[in-house]
Design a protein around this ligand. Structure first.
Ligand code: SAM
Length: 387
């Protein structure tokens, strides 16, 4: 039973929030007055959910939060997840043109070798110094073969990453996305409301590179009047640090409910601003990928833009989420969630869980309604969903 919604979208991407707690209070995300609102579950329970879902076609699991690295036992959890084997890919979910999955019509997927992510990386002892740029690598290539490992990713603010990057890699983590909304340390503090965080995060990014967690992405949410002057510095950062910097349009998912269309820095504006620094050339992206991808004209440095507000991509959405307290959310903007953990508490078998999940996914929302008169705010904000 592979997961599809009623619009024919294959669901291959699972995000699990493993804690509702966060050690940052980013101004666009949290009010600064609220702490965790929801509990978390034993890792065994998340593991069972993931196991059942991988049996239904999930090929990628992203751990998030809250701040996932606050959760003790995360390395062991990754090690357990890495034992799961996806049930093969659905060609329909990978129709895009980046060539990462090669399928001949009517035939089993052809083997494509995995890249060796650590090639080109040299161990550098000083975490304050950027490593040499790794060889440019395509997105992780998957064969669609039953022996493919699960793609296990992590979204983190990076504050605790420096010490955990190598253990996580050794446990089977494939890649990491670090959230970082300014490359200027003072601005970084104003955004996160935590003193001294910038150096920790930079050390975390460099440790992730050294560990071979690749591709390494840095996500920046832009807000007008607050950090849009960081666009060009982030372009330089992408080139100097050898990371993919992805700008995200600000969505109405913040605790303070302060979002307004005018605060969104759009894809077109980001491209125009970056062009003042260096021209960008668009490169292909997978259809289910959220980001449009660009390289600088000299081939050095990759930029992504995730534009859910100005260029929605709901038609290709392949994601579902599980919140820290075990609820399924089929859209970031869902106004309800579905209590998977309640099914487990009442003793449901794996087959019954799968049936419940199938019923929930069938009702996945067609699209979000940001900026439309009928927009209804999501029943949880981003930090309590798991972005
Ligand atoms: N603590 C982790 C982190 O910082 O990456 C994971 C949780 S955080 C909620 C996940 C991502 O959501 C971060 O990249 C954050 O910048 C993004 N985010 C939070 N609120 C957002 C909003 N209103 N619009 C767009 N992205 C948002």
């Amino acid at each position: 039973m592979l997961l599809h919604d009623k619009f024919g979208r294959a669901i291959t991407d699972l995000r699990i929030s493993i804690t509702d707690r966060c050690n940052y209070k980013c101004v666009y995300c949290r009010t600064g007055n609220e702490g965790a609102l929801y509990g978390d579950l034993p890792f065994e329970d998340y593991f069972r959910m993931a196991r059942v879902l991988v049996g239904m076609g999930i090929t990628k699991v992203r751990l998030t939060g809250g701040e996932p690295l606050l959760r003790k036992g995360v390395v062991e959890f990754v090690r357990e997840l890495a034992k799961l084997r996806p049930q093969g890919l659905k060609p329909s979910s990978y129709g895009g043109g980046n060539g990462t999955l090669r399928l001949r019509s009517g035939q089993a997927p052809e083997a494509v070798p995995f890249p060796t992510p650590t090639v080109g990386l040299k161990a550098v002892a000083d975490p304050t110094v950027a490593d040499p740029m790794p060889d440019p690598k395509p997105e992780q290539q998957r064969t669609g073969d039953f022996s493919d490992p699960l793609d296990i990713a992590l979204t983190t603010n990076g504050h605790l990453l420096a010490d955990l990057a190598q253990p996580l890699k050794d446990a089977g983590l494939t890649r990491v996305t670090v959230s970082m909304d300014a490359v200027d340390p003072d601005r970084f503090v104003r955004i996160t409301r935590v003193p001294g965080g910038y150096d920790h995060v930079l050390a975390g990014i460099r440790a992730a590179r050294r560990a071979g967690l690749w591709p390494l992405k840095v996500n920046c949410v832009l807000m007008r009047g607050f950090n849009e002057d960081q666009i060009i510095p982030f372009g330089m950062f992408a080139r100097e640090e050898g990371v993919t910097v992805r700008f995200i349009e600000f969505m109405p998912l913040e605790e303070g409910r302060t979002w307004a269309p005018t605060t969104v820095v759009t894809l077109d504006e980001i491209l125009a601003r970056m062009a003042e620094y260096r021209p960008l050339v668009e490169i292909p992206h997978a259809r289910s990928e959220t980001a449009r991808r660009y390289r600088f004209d000299d081939g050095v440095g990759e930029i992504g833009i995730i534009a859910p507000v100005s260029h929605p991509f709901c038609g290709h959405c392949s994601r579902i989420r599980i919140t820290s307290d075990g609820k399924i959310r089929t859209c970031l903007f869902s106004v309800w969630d579905h209590d998977l953990h309640a099914q487990m508490r009442r003793g449901a078998s794996d087959d019954e869980l799968a049936e419940f999940i199938q019923g929930v996914v069938a009702k996945k929302e067609e699209r979000h309604h940001i900026g439309e008169p009928d927009f209804v705010p999501a029943s949880r904000t981003m930090v309590h969903i798991g972005g």
